[in-house]
Design a binder for this molecule. Sequence first.
Ligand code: 9YT
Length: 135
Amino acid sequence: MIIKTFDQVANSQHSVKSDNWTSFRFLTRQDNMGFSLHETWIHGDTETLICYKHHFEAVYCIEGEGQIELIDTGEKYVLRPGVMYALNLHDAHILRAFTKLRLICVFNPPLRGDEIHDAEGAYRPADLEEMINVE
Ligand code: 9YT
């Protein structure tokens, strides 16, 4: 069994701060669960363009008010506690946080734990990460 507390994760290299968000990665690739599990805080009054080309992500909102806008269709969805969205089509979207959002995020394949978004709002594919680590 694996048990980790928020404080342990927050004080580790698996706590990652970006311009618009801070992500606490409770489970990462090294835990060999087949997915990673994060608590992510999206900073209030921010807009983030995201397109996870190489990953699937499910997101469950537990705090805050926001909105997701799909780039392809312009559709907008309310984000508030109790709402889950899953990016099953690698959907390009804008994540708007009207207040600080607390989100529980699951990634498949799992993140290594220290990633931040590239210019396109994506993380590198896992196999590329492994090649870089071998070099
Ligand atoms: C909802 C979302 O994708 N936010 C960006 C950060 C990411 N979820 C992460 O790595 O925790």
